[in-house]
Design a protein around this ligand. Sequence first.
Ligand code: APR
Ligand code: PHB
Length: 394
Amino acid sequence: MTRTQVVIVGAGPSGLLLSQLLDREGIATIVLERQAQRYVEARIRAGLLEQGTVDLLIEAGVGERLQRECLVHDGFEMAFEGRVHRIDLKGLAGKQVTIYGQTEIQKDLGDARLAAGSDLRYEASNVAIHDFGGARPRVTFIHQGRPQELECDFVAGCDGYHGVCRASVPADAVRTYERVYPFGWLGIIANVRPVAHELVYANHERGFALCSMRSPTRSRYYVQVGLEEKVEDWSDERFWEELKRRIPEDVAARLVTGPSLEKSIAPLRSFVVEPMQYGRLFLVGDAAHIVPPTGAKGLNLAASDVSTLYRILLRVYREGRTDLLARYSPICLRRVWKAERFSWWMTGLLHRFPDTDAFGRRIQQSEQDYFTSTPAGLTTIAENYVGLPYEPIE
Ligand code: APR
Ligand code: PHB
C-alpha cells in the first residue's frame, strides 16, 4: 500500500489547483481522475475570474500566461427594455474582473503538475473512499488494469457534482439544498471578434442572452432556451438569428457571426451540501455546490474553497493546528451562500420565467429599474460581481 498525505479525487480546476499549492509547500498529494487528460482539457466551461481567483493562480505559480493573455474588464453591461446600463465595477467596487478561459487554466495547471513530476493518475476507475470518518482514510481504485490502494491523512473531494466523494458520506450526516430553474443556456463558442469590449447581459421578451468572450478573436455567446430544446435543432444560423433578436439593436448591428466550434445546452441549477466536511473528507468546488452561471461564480467559488482548505492544511502540517480542520466548512459556506444568493438573484433579474404572472413580471421590471438607477443598487451588483472578500483563517 502507498502512503501519501492528501489524496485528491478529481483533476478539474479544484483538484489540480489544490495539488499544485500543497505540493509547492512540500505536502505530498496524489490526484486520481476518472477521465483521460485530453478529455479534461477539452471541456469548455467558465471564463470570468474574480481578482481573488487570479491572485491564487499567481500564488500557485501558474499566473504567467494568464497575466500575458487575459483581458481585464472595468465593467459590464445589462440591457433591459431597449436600454443599456453599464455597471462600473472599478468605480463602484474598486475591482476589475479578468477574462481567461477555464480551458486555459486547466492546461496551465496540467503543464505545471507535469513539470513538477507530480503523481497524477488519469483514467483511474472505480475510485472508492474508505474510513474517512476515522484517523486513517484509504482510497482504492483501478489504474492501468491494476487494483490499487492508498493510505492518507486527508481526502479532498474535488470530483464535481457527479463525483463519488459526496455520495460516499452517510446520507443522515448531510443536508442538501437545491433549486432547479425552468430553462437552460444554449452556448456557442466561435472564432469571431467579440461584439463588445465588455460583457453584455440582456433580458428580452424572447428570453435572456449573454455576449461574452475568451480573447480578442474568440467569442462566447448564450441564449436562454426551454428545457425541452435539443441542441441538434439549433443550426448556427438559427442561434445567431435568435441572439440578434435578443440583444440591443446597435449591438446586434455590430455582431460578427461565424461557424461554431462548440455548441451545447446546460440546465441551470442551484445546489449546496452542508456541511462540506465529514471526518477527514473535505468537499471542494462543484462537489459541494453548484450555481447557475448568471453571476459567473462557479469557478471562483471553487477557487475560494481551495484557498481555504490549502491555508488550513498548511497550518495543520506546519503548526499542528488540527483545531482548524473544523473551520473549513463554516468558512466556505458563508461565502458559498452569498454567491448562491447573488447567482439566484441575477438569474431572477435577467431571465424570462415561463410560469411568471403579470405581477411577477412588473416586480422584475421594477427590480431592474431600481438596481440600475440608484447608487446602492449598482454598488450591490458590483461588489457581488467582483467577488466578496475571502475570510481570514485565524
Ligand atoms: N473518480 C475520479 N474522478 C472523478 C470522479 C470519480 N468517481 N467523478 C468525477 N471525477 C472528475 C471529473 O472527471 C472531473 O474532471 O472530477 C473532476 C471534477 O471537475 P469539475 O467538474 O470541473 O469540478 P471542479 O474542479 O470543482 O471545478 C469547478 O466550477 O462552475 C464550475 O466551470 C466551473 O467546472 C468548474 C467548476
Ligand atoms: C462565459 O464567458 O462563459 C460567462 C461569462 C459570464 C457569465 C457566465 C458565463 O455570467
